[in-house]
Ligand binder design. Structure first.
Ligand SMILES: *Cc1c(COP(=O)(O)O)cnc(C)c1O
Length: 408
């Protein structure tokens, strides 16, 4: 086949044809459903066969504004025809504007831009080591946490299943149980540089910290002159109904990392830090070739503008309450459910049994959801769902869970 033919074929293959391409040519490092998604609009997505799905897990948390949000599409279309990429050896107006918007909505600091969550966390790890005295290199993280797949971030991720066979890991990480301040205090020594934590664990199963935990970490960090790093790759950018998850708990980090929904579905990542700490990431010490490129920057600005234009933070509170009501009502009549955890557009339903069959059954009924940690149904829906869509999806989910076989 010629290249031209290959290109004209995009958008014409069945799911089975695409599956064949993957079997032959794509590294099999993901578990994939045998469905090729080809088009999306809001919280609806369509496969190559024309089947419509309601998407309660759009873009694995990246599409917080739904599929193809109008402001993102317009900004990217305009930018891509004007200037696609220029390196960070030049000033980039949109990057500066974007950094200002993020600073004004967080703690008034400065931004470093990259392309993904793991990259933002790598920058945070380097910055913590650079900013603290030379003997300090250790970082305390939390069991069940998730920080990404590059080596620093994987080493920070305290889940043994992600470490098997790839060692040695980056030195200096030690792990505490999520929520256990006493254990953190025990791990701190004069080589500790930082504490790194997701304010709400996402991949770990939508785990909300116990009362006072984050404030306790802030206190420990201050007492021992450590940096407090919040990984808000999943909880940031409006997900929880505040701009950033930390704003729920009234505890401000020294370093904040963002990605996933940061650019309304376009790839982008960022690290925010204070003006005092920022200069430690001095010229020559760190970089990302595509970081803060004009397209990502315009998309990032458009995402903020859309959230404000459409009052989406307020909408999250409304939608979240519906999810909470529906799931707690289900819990009351179904003993397969061990716990329901809801914060903004993060919904975790912990089952007494494996969750994978529920994901499959929902897929067949036209609802896309996720299961994490084996038994936690996780929803990361878009903040611009309609209440009707919430109910429609919950009807399917409730029906599926009620019909699951009881734990044996
Ligand atoms: C997804 C995620 C990451 C990794 O982000 P990538 O963009 O896949 O590198 C890091 N931290 C948290 C909390 C995440 O949810």
């Amino acid at each position: 086949m010629s290249t031209t033919q290959d290109r004209s074929n995009v958008g014409q293959l069945s799911s089975a044809d695409t599956a064949e391409l993957f079997k032959q040519y794509v590294v099999p490092n993901y578990g994939r459903y045998p469905v090729s998604l080809v088009r999306g609009e809001g919280s609806r997505v369509w496969d190559a066969e024309g089947k419509e799905y309601l998407d309660f897990f759009p873009g694995w948390g990246c599409n917080l504004l739904g599929h193809c949000p109008d402001t993102i599409v317009a900004a990217v279309q305009e930018q891509i025809a004007t200037l696609i990429h220029v390196p960070n050896s030049w000033l980039i107006e949109a990057q500066g504007q974007w950094a200002k918007l993020l600073s004004e909505r967080s703690f008034g600091g400065q931004a470093f831009f990259c392309n993904s969550g793991t990259e933002a966390n790598e920058a945070a790890i380097k910055l913590a080591r650079l900013h603290t005295p030379p003997q300090r290199y250790k970082i305390i993280t939390f069991q069940g946490g998730f920080h990404g797949r590059t080596f620093g971030a994987t080493s920070a991720t305290a889940q043994p299943k992600y470490h098997e066979g790839i060692g040695p890991l980056l030195a200096g990480f030690s792990y505490a149980p999520f929520g256990d301040l006493e254990a953190v205090a025990q791990l701190i020594d004069d080589q500790t540089a930082a504490i790194m934590v997701e304010p709400i664990q996402g991949e770990g199963g939508v785990r909300i910290p116990p009362e006072g935990f984050l404030a306790g970490l802030r206190k420990l960090a201050d007492e021992h002159e450590l940096l407090l790093i919040f990984d808000e790759v999943q909880t940031g950018c409006g997900r929880t109904g505040h701009w950033f998850g930390y704003q729920h708990f009234d505890v401000t980090p020294d370093i904040l990392t963002l990605a996933k929904s940061l650019c309304g579905g376009v790839a982008g990542g960022a690290l925010l830090t204070t003006k005092e700490i920022a200069p430690s990431l001095r010229p020559g010490m760190h970089a990302a070739t595509f970081g803060g490129n004009p397209i990502a920057a315009r998309a990032g600005i458009a995402a903020i503008e859309m959230i404000e234009r459409d009052n989406l933070l307020e909408n999250v509170a409304v939608l979240s309450e519906i999810f909470r009501e529906r799931m707690t009502a289900l819990q009351a009549e179904c003993d397969l459910i061990q716990e329901v955890r809801v914060i903004g557009m993060m919904i975790g339903v912990e089952l007494a049994i494996e969750g994978a069959p529920a994901v499959k059954a929902c897929l067949e009924k036209g609802l896309l959801i996720n299961c994490t940690q084996g038994n936690v149904i996780r929803l990361l829906p878009a903040m611009n769902l309609t209440p009707e869509e919430v109910h429609q999806g919950c009807d399917i989910l409730v029906d599926v869970i009620k019909n699951m076989a009881p734990a044996s």
